[in-house]
Structures are given as C-alpha cells and as structure tokens.
Design a protein around this ligand. Structure first.
Ligand code: SAH
Length: 219
C-alpha cells in the first residue's frame, strides 16, 4: 500500500486489525472477507474530518444525506454473497462511498456498480482508481431497473432498502445466482439472501438492519 493508504495513528494497520478482530468475534467467519477488510483503507472513503473514526464499527455520513455502511454489515453482506462460491459478475446498487465496491472488487472478477447521485459516484470512482482496482464499471443511474445492457448477474448486492424486492432485480439473477438485499420500511428492515435455484427462488432472512431507503430517479 502507498503511505497515505496505510494510514497512521487512528487510521493505522493496527486499528484495522482491531476492527477485524471485532468482526470475527461478532461472527464473521470468511477469512477472505476479513483479509480484504484488514487491507482496505476505509479512511480514504470518508471525509478527512471523520478519518479518525473510519475503523469504528459504525456507519458515517458521506454527504448528500447518505452514509457509508457499517463494517459489520459490509462484511456480513459480502460473506453471504460469496457463501455459495465466488460469483463472476456482481451488480451493486448504491455505490455510495465506494467502500463496499472496493471490497467486492478485491474478491470477485467483475463489479458493476450503480449510483443515483452523480457527486458520490465521481468520488467513489476516483478512490477505486487510486487503489488500482481496474475491474469495476460505474454507472450513474437509478438502480431499480438493474444494469440495462447486461441481462444477468451471478451476484447482486443492494445497499439501500426498497420496501419490497424489485422484480427486475430478481429477473437479472443468473441460475444459481445470489442476491443480498435489505428490505422494508425505515426502522423495520431485514437483510435477505435470495438464491435462484432450478426450483425457483429460495429466500432467507439473515439479520435486522438499518439502511437508507432505495429512492427513484437520479440527482
Ligand atoms: N455501500 C455504500 C452504501 C451507501 S448508502 C457505502 O458503503 O458507502 C446507499 C446508497 O444507495 C446511497 O449512496 C444512495 O444514493 C444510493 N441509492 C439509493 N437509491 C438508489 C437507486 N435507486 N439507484 C442507485 N443508487 C441508489
């Protein structure tokens, strides 16, 4: 890692190690996921004024009324997405800071990420490039309709909550593919893992979660 990527003091490797230990204690089992969290500089994805809090296990504001997801939630969603094997093409709805995008890009071959707020996607794109991750495609659009030019994905991860699972996204799941998605009204959301099987869709609930809502249109 470059020196400013490594961080010092509250953004140092030691601070990342502590976060990873806490995630393991909370039940994250995947060594691959823990390793990328250990070596991905989350402090670069938040405002400098908040960098000292980047390795607390908490969501933080990233501007435009949005938040970078809590590390435990990023770990849990990524682990669930990879639990049936490493998916080839992954669609992410809600790029936000780009932190979840970067974690995914280090674990799967290709990431397609969509964000409705132009200011956020530009920033995320710059940091992902700065980290030398070249397997991510960015798109400024409303993600509810999926990625128009590509009909199906092995994995879909949604980082903002719709009230119900969008049918378009279900249809964009390849056979054997998995989708991790928070669903429900603010304050009453659950994280669901949906797997497309030959017999139909298997749907299990993983956790209670709190996400910003999935909204329509672009900004
Ligand atoms: N994974 C991100 C989470 C950001 S919060 C991170 O850790 O930083 C969720 C993001 O979803 C916000 O940036 C919000 O603008 C975006 N979003 C909400 N509705 C959307 C939609 N319909 N299409 C694309 N992005 C959407």
């Amino acid at each position: 890692m470059k020196p400013d990527h490594l961080g010092i003091g509250m953004t140092s490797q030691r601070t990342r190690e502590r976060l990873v230990r806490r995630l393991a204690e909370q039940g994250i089992r995947s060594e691959a996921v823990l390793e990328v969290i250990r070596t991905t500089p989350r402090h670069l994805f938040v405002d400098e004024a908040l960098a000292g809090r980047a390795y607390e296990d908490t969501a933080l504001p990233i501007g435009f009324g949005q938040t970078i997801s809590q590390p435990y939630v990023v770990a849990r969603m990524t682990e669930a997405l990879l639990s049936g094997g490493v998916p080839g093409d992954v669609l992410e709805i809600g790029t936000g800071s780009g932190y979840q995008t970067a974690i995914l890009a280090r674990l799967v071959p290709r990431v397609y990420t969509l964000e409705r707020i132009a200011g956020l996607i530009q920033r995320a794109q710059n940091i992902v490039a700065e980290l030398d991750l070249d397997n991510v495609l960015f798109r400024h659009s409303d993600g509810e309709m999926g990625w128009p030019a590509k009909p199906c994905f092995d994995g879909i991860i949604v980082t903002a909550a719709p009230e119900e699972v969008p049918q378009t996204l279900m249809a964009q799941l390849a056979p054997g593919g998995r989708m991790v998605i928070p669903v429900g009204q603010p304050g009453r959301q659950e994280l669901r893992l949906i797997t497309r099987t030959p017999a139909g869709y298997q749907d299990i609930t993983l956790d209670r979660v709190s996400f910003v809502p999935l909204l329509r249109g672009i900004l």
